[in-house]
Design a protein. Structure first.
Length: 669
């Protein structure tokens, strides 16, 4: 036994001491962990590749689906958004890619966010030796249409032609109603809030919007409605308007042709008696007799009237005594005969000698400071001395304004006056978008007061001469009212309350007067400029974030002026603030006004774009001439930002297209 143990011990000892031949056994023992490491690395690489490509495909599908959905619904156009999402996924991850199996992918939408899920099984290779047959890879993704902080200013044509229905328009509504619908559909698309008096069908979609926007996003809408005026005055502080301004109005003065008149009053009994002392009913003869009154003298009193004129009041007295006989011939040739006896019968008569007055219609300065109620508050009317004898008359103010100082064309060609704007021409504070008013009255606006102005005529012809009349003359105006809907500064319309407010306001937009594009563009720029009148509100969000700015300028046609419009520059022919009508017929004068308006509008379009504002332009209707289309196209940021809408359906579509483009895709994983 000892020998065997010794023998075994010697063998093991010898084996331990002998290194020849044991490498193979050690290598075999190490092969299994090495195979695991190599196999794991290979399979992990495949898993990573599948996961990366699966995630990319999921993201691509979510992005494509949300882009196709745009401002509409996920189910629109036979679920085209979902179809595009799946196609984009398949383009990036084919079935069986990287040897994967059992691929799945699906997309759903909720509150504007498209969420995708995808999975695939990755068969293992060497890892099968360790009982791992497959590895399931699953990913998720989502995409939302998320706009940045955005200001949208609507500059909307409210001229009289907007009352018309476009021939062949299947909606059957007027242009102004079509505009209201388009603006509401735009709001729904961008703000994701439901407007209750517009249907998905009218907006070209399948369901009402839901969800709203994140509270972290500032989305504001503003409005400048224009015809021949804009109603912006009550948005401004009191200091921005003048205390006094000139108007084509009237005042009362003494008549120079018939300066005075004498009015005789009746004789009135003041004392004494007159008694009947006899009467015959069938007198054969009768001779009338009246006693002669005795003049007791006159008393004159002088006063002054409200205009400082001298009014003389003359009181005369007379006394009568004696008999008076009165006769009346009857049918039978006889007489009725009365006899009256006067006993110290005293009478008085009052005569008034006073100045004659008349209205004189001319340009007069009027104190309008009574409209100011402090700060940014305003009164709705002001008393002006335009009544008879300069009596105060209450004149209402709806909010329209007369523009500040402007450039007067003198060479007869206004088309090139604004080629170098804004560096020239001089004395055109009205075209300065950002100029904040100072104490200089040329930098301030004046209230437009349609009830206090008259366009004067003499023998049917326009005249700037004074016109005298003792009665109120015709105003002789094409449009004499401030009928355009009041403008609104940029405001957030969030949640259901905001949507209701937006809806109520848009429903007040209505048609009125002529078409002056320049005044609409000018005030659209003023109300949204980050460096002008409202810089403190517009420069950044309350948190200091940047804002993207968009102006949507919509019109249904050409510039339309009238020589006798009371517009933002007064009564055109009479105030002559932009064009001198000397030597021009009314039609020729209107042509010059139109040329001036178009030149100013073109200059303003350039200025707006230079301020970093994206300018979208829509031409509404099918009867707009080529020259106007060319001007509107040039006005837009580029031709891609100009749209034509032949009818209401097309208008709504174009507004929604703009909403889609304003929105920006943001991918979140």
């Amino acid at each position: 036994m000892a020998r065997n143990a010794e023998a075994k011990k010697g063998f093991l000892a010898r084996l331990l001491r002998n290194e020849a031949g044991n490498t193979l056994a050690l290598t075999a023992a190490a092969a299994f962990p090495l195979m695991g490491m190599v196999g794991g690395a290979v399979d992990m690489a495949r898993i990573y590749a599948v996961q990366s490509r699966l995630q990319a495909a999921c993201d691509a599908g979510a992005l494509a689906g949300r882009r196709v959905m745009g401002a509409g619904q996920w189910s629109d156009n036979n679920s085209a958004a979902n179809t595009n999402a799946l196609a984009a996924f398949d383009l990036n991850f084919e079935n069986g890619a990287f040897g994967s199996e059992n691929r799945t992918r699906s997309y759903v939408e909720s509150s504007g966010t498209v969420t995708g899920t995808a999975s695939a099984d990755v068969p293992m290779t060497l890892m099968k030796l360790f009982s791992m047959q497959t590895k399931t890879i699953a990913v998720t993704c989502d995409s939302m249409m998320r706009i940045p902080n955005t200001d949208v200013m609507f500059v909307l044509d409210n001229s009289g032609s907007m009352r018309l229905t476009i021939p062949g328009d299947s909606s059957g509504v007027s242009r102004i109603e079509g505009l209201r619908r388009a603006v509401k559909c735009f709001y729904e698309a961008l703000a994701k809030q439901d407007i209750t008096d517009i249907t998905p069908t009218q907006c070209g979609t399948t369901a009402n919007p839901v969800g709203g926007l994140s509270s972290q996003i500032q989305l504001r809408f503003g409005f400048v409605n224009y015809d021949h005026m804009v109603n912006v005055g009550k948005l401004l502080p009191n200091d921005y308007l003048r205390d006094s301004a000139d108007y084509q109005s009237r005042t009362t003065v003494q008549d120079t042709v018939n300066p005075r008149s004498l009015v005789h009053g009746p004789w009135q009994h003041i004392s004494g008696s007159k008694n009947q002392t006899g009467y015959e009913s069938n007198a054969y003869s009768c001779s009338e007799y009246s006693p002669t009154p005795v003049d007791n003298g006159d008393t004159t009193t002088s006063t002054t009237d409200s205009l400082g004129g001298i009014v003389n009041t003359i009181v005369s007295l007379r006394t009568t005594n004696g008999n008076e006989v009165i006769c009346q011939l009857k049918w039978n040739g006889k007489y009725k005969k009365w006899t009256n006896f006067y006993d110290n019968y005293v009478e008085s008569q009052t005569d008034v000698n006073s100045p004659n007055y008349t209205y004189v219609y001319k340009k007069v300065p009027l104190d309008v400071s009574g409209l100011k109620a402090g700060g940014s508050s305003w009164n709705n009317s002001v008393n002006l001395p335009i009544g008879w004898m300069n009596a105060d008359t209450s004149v209402s103010w709806d909010g329209c304004i007369q523009e500040r100082r402007t450039f007067l064309n003198t060479d007869g060609d206004p088309t090139d006056d604004w080629n170098n704007y804004p560096t020239s021409p001089a004395n055109s504070e009205d075209m300065d978008i950002d100029l904040v008013p100072t104490t200089d009255v040329n930098t301030r606006w004046a209230p437009a007061l349609p009830d206090a102005v008259w366009a004067r005529k003499n023998g049917g012809s326009n005249t700037t001469s004074d016109v005298y009349s003792t009665s109120t003359i015709s105003q002789n105006l094409q449009f004499s009212n401030c009928g355009v809907t009041p403008s609104r500064k940029l405001t957030q319309y969030s949640g259901t309350t905001g949507a209701s407010n937006f809806q109520s306001y848009v429903n007040t937009i209505d048609y009125n007067g002529n078409t002056y594009h320049d005044i609409g563009l000018l005030w659209g720029a003023r109300l949204m400029s980050p460096t002008g009148l409202f810089a403190s509100e517009n420069a950044t969000t309350a948190g200091g974030a940047q804002i993207q700015r968009h102006m949507i300028f919509m019109t249904d046609g050409n510039t339309e002026n009238s020589y006798n419009n009371y517009a933002s520059y007064g009564i055109e022919w009479w105030d002559r603030r932009q064009i001198t009508p000397n030597g021009l017929s009314n039609n020729q004068f209107e042509t010059k006004l139109q040329q001036n308006n178009n030149a100013r509008a073109a200059a303003l379009c350039t200025a707006i774009k230079n301020k970093g504002i994206t300018l979208w332009v829509i031409s509404y209707g099918s009867s707009v001439d080529t020259d106007t289309i060319n001007r509107l196209t040039a006005c837009a940021t580029s031709s891609a930002y100009f749209f034509q809408a032949a009818d209401t359906t097309a208008l709504i579509t174009q507004f929604r297209n703009i909403a889609d483009k304003i929105s920006q895709l943001r991918l979140t994983n």
